[in-house]
Design a protein around this ligand. Sequence first.
Ligand code: ADP
Length: 223
Amino acid sequence: MPIVDCPPSDADTDFVLEARELVFEYVPGTPVLDGWSAGFPSGSMTALTGPSGRGKSTVLYLLGLMLRPTIGEVLVDGIPVSTLRDATRARLRAEQFGFVFQDAALDTTRTVLDNVTETALYRGEPRNKARALELLDQLGVKVPPHRKPGQVSGGQAQRIALSRALLNRPRVLLADEPTGNLDPTTSTLVVNTLREHARSGAAVIVVTHAPDVAAICDREVRL
Ligand code: ADP
């Protein structure tokens, strides 16, 4: 597994997603990232690793177009997107990205099934209930789809969030500790699903502390 911790060169044109010299400050004058670069090719699964507090979740939010870098650039298909309008970034995210938050971030007022299918509505498409049910089944989420997220376990919530992120078969999938609450068997289900998605041509980026998850990735980027 190659470790990629050097800046991508301009000759690398096959990155679907790229970070160039990112500086990010939550508090002015206190950079969490200070010139961080990495590139992510299609059809690959990358583990994003490093100690707690180093900035892994922050990197995921920057790559997922939820934060804007203080300095530097995020590129999608080689095109800088950091200064695009909010609405344009939101559309790009809805059409091409899937994101799994560490705490799942489900809407507790809506059913499990509605949580998974709602991303289709952001793209102006009908809810794809059949695919949602297929994903929940593949990920071993054995709860009635009309249950509310308040009545599911943390591990089930994570897999519901992953189903939601995968519904649209996104070109880029970003997941923050997607196996954090899971037993080994369920963790394997999740990892296999992520692997399969990468094999289908997506760039999959996973923040993980789990050595076994990092080990099955194609690449590791350490912060
Ligand atoms: P990791 O995911 O590697 O644990 P994070 O990206 O969550 O790291 O956090 C990196 C640093 O940024 C930490 O020092 C954290 O305290 C700080 N941080 C994270 N979110 C915020 C925020 N909303 N406001 C201020 N500081 C933050």
